[in-house]
Design a protein around this ligand. Structure first.
Ligand SMILES: Nc1ncnc2c1ncn2[C@@H]1O[C@H](COP(=O)(O)OP(=O)(O)OP(=O)(O)O)[C@@H](O)[C@H]1O
Ligand SMILES: [Mg+2]
Length: 391
């Protein structure tokens, strides 16, 4: 059991709960801007990283670079995402394109076609469906496997047109083909949708995220591969996924964080089933209020929520910091067994945590109240290494 050295009171004592206990539950760090949330998190991670816990930080500001010995990947710079690991729904969300069921289904079909063309026919191009027999298509589709996920995402808009086909409407109709002519009516109804996809795919933001070619000349890593490595084999080095290059597009970050967390959960659940080493992992999201789902209805599929509910069984704990508890949907709040509260002046925010009496208004920078199931709130000073303190 490791003492939480970085929390100390005026008598030089430390909390009775251990660092391992702290790491085993989800932890919420709240406080007004400038109250010391990031510094506290850095101090805890510095200590946690020296135990058996692996640390992964989703860093929206680049401040976690300060963690000693950390491995740093900057999304959009030396690290990109493989669109091939995303399905239609995820891709459309990342592209911020509102869509209906039918459109999502069309995109899923187009993705499947591009995967066939690349992985089965070894050709980086469109999969023509006009004049292709249903037997031939079924054979192609059945050969796809988890190894054949990648596809040229830049061709998606053109491939969508190839999906909208129908038989001839006269005596020459042959239902053994997937289709014999373009369905012009459907294409014109969907033209706006197709054009939106085309434009979003060539936008700078998107190309930096997904397109390996825009990173030419630099060594680049695919993020899924990096995460897989960190979640299956314990590393002593904290992994920092720097998202600061994506700051312009909040909803892209939101979709991305949700997907990354979902992906991490899947990787660990798979490891658990395969009875692999389930070392504990602390996942950190700083300034989480930026990424939480705005719409309560989307909560169930959101990665943050799923990880809070299902993560601990897979050895994943979440540490999030936020300026405002009011940004946290009710259903999220109850998932945090431990809360660190910095300076907070609003009674509403405290009431939300059911601690309206706590004198958090008196706290100075770097002081916190530690709340944990069954323990009465106690005040601590966060001892941060001097090199992290900005003056
Ligand atoms: N434990 C501490 N001891 C001394 N100084 C501290 C401590 N914690 C934070 N500070 C100082 O207070 C300032 C703000 O700290 P920090 O960036 O951690 O706050 P924050 O709550 O994360 O702010 P923001 O909401 O802007 O992200 C920094 O200059 C930092 O050096
Ligand atoms: Mg901060």
């Amino acid at each position: 059991m490791t003492v939480i050295n970085c929390l100390q009171n005026s008598q030089g004592n430390h909390p009775s709960m251990s660092l391992e206990q702290l790491g085993a539950s989800h932890l919420l760090v709240v406080g007004q801007t400038g109250s010391g949330k990031t510094t506290t998190t850095l101090s805890l991670l510095d200590q946690l990283g020296r135990t058996t816990t692996a640390v992964i930080v989703l860093d929206p500001t680049g401040e976690y670079r300060a963690l000693p010995g950390s491995q740093h990947y900057v999304v959009g710079q030396n690290c990109f995402l493989d669109a091939g690991s995303w399905d239609g729904e995820e891709l459309l969300t990342a592209l911020q394109i509102s869509h209906d069921e039918r459109q999502r289904e069309l995109v899923d079909r187009a993705i499947q076609s591009l995967r066939i063309e690349l992985n089965i026919h070894h050709h980086r191009g469109l999969y023509r469906k006009i004049g292709r027999t249903t037997t031939e298509f079924s054979a192609d589709a059945s050969r796809l496997g988890s190894w054949s996920k990648s596809y040229p995402v830049s061709l998606l808009a053109d491939q969508l047109v190839e999906e909208m086909i129908i038989p001839f409407e006269n005596q020459h109709a042959d239902y053994h083909f997937l289709g014999q002519q373009y369905d012009r009516q459907l294409i014109s109804r969907q033209w706006e949708f197709i054009s939106t996809i085309r434009h979003r795919l060539v936008s700078r933001d998107f190309r930096e995220l997904f397109d390996v070619s825009s990173h030419s000349g630099r060594v680049c890593y695919e993020l899924h591969f990096v995460l897989q490595m960190y979640l299956t084999k314990r590393s002593n080095k904290p992994l920092i996924v720097d998202l600061s290059h994506l700051t312009e597009a909040g909803s892209v970050q939101r979709a991305l964080i949700s997907q990354l967390l979902n992906e991490m959960l899947v990787i660990r659940q798979r490891s658990a089933r395969a009875k692999e080493d389930m070392f504990p992992v602390e996942l950190v999201i700083d300034e989480a209020h930026r990424y939480l789902p705005v719409d309560q209805r989307q909560l169930a599929d959101n990665g943050v929520f799923r990880l809070l509910r299902e993560g601990r069984k897979a050895g994943l704990s979440l540490l999030i910091t936020t300026q405002s508890t009011l940004d946290l949907p009710d259903r999220l709040r109850s998932q945090f067994a431990t809360v660190l509260i910095h300076h907070l002046a609003s009674v509403d925010e405290l009431s939300y945590l059911h601690y309206q009496q706590l004198p958090t208004i008196e706290l100075s920078t770097g002081e916190v109240f530690l709340l944990h199931h069954g323990l009465s709130p106690q005040k601590w000073q966060v001892i941060a290494p001097p090199q992290w303190l900005k003056h």
